[in-house]
Ligand binder design. Sequence first.
Ligand SMILES: [Zn+2]
Length: 193
Amino acid sequence: MDGTKNMPTLPFQFVGNNLALDFVNTRIVLQGVQVDLLSTPEQLVSWLATAGIDFDSNIDEKDLKQVHKLREAISRLITAFRRGDEAPTASLSVFNSYLLRRKRVQQLECEDSGFCLKPAEVDRTLSSILGEIATSTADLLTTTPATKIRKCEGADCVLVFKDISRTQKRRWCSMEVCGNRAKAATHYKQKKT
Ligand SMILES: [Zn+2]
């Protein structure tokens, strides 16, 4: 795709404490403008590498559409979950079609203490990786209370995260960005009155 070479380093966000949330957080709002950080195959390759996900297939525009489709479905499911709404059936059915793609197999290994089952990674294609992201989403939605999955309270921030703080009071994607902005706004308001 044209124009990607001159693109500045993209601000990938890994603030979600969960792979599915970090994946959803590849759509951000930057200076009031919605930005898709996975809008080219190169960006997707870069995100996967930054996320520490190994893959061994080439990625093209068609793959990117698959990625966007899954991300949209996950995003809708998570939003519905957070709000206590019923899950949109179309998104659920799209999501489940990706969940079937995970190919995680195990192999039997022999150790001093006896036999044990270990994961055998046989498939690092994008399809399988999307299956893993779907699995991570399913784990999140089935094991985490909805109150722990939050959207950043920043005015135009769209980032979501799982609150794993001890106090359970996390409000911001990051204190450095939205937290400080909110603090500054409160300070300004207090000064004015
Ligand atoms: Zn934020």
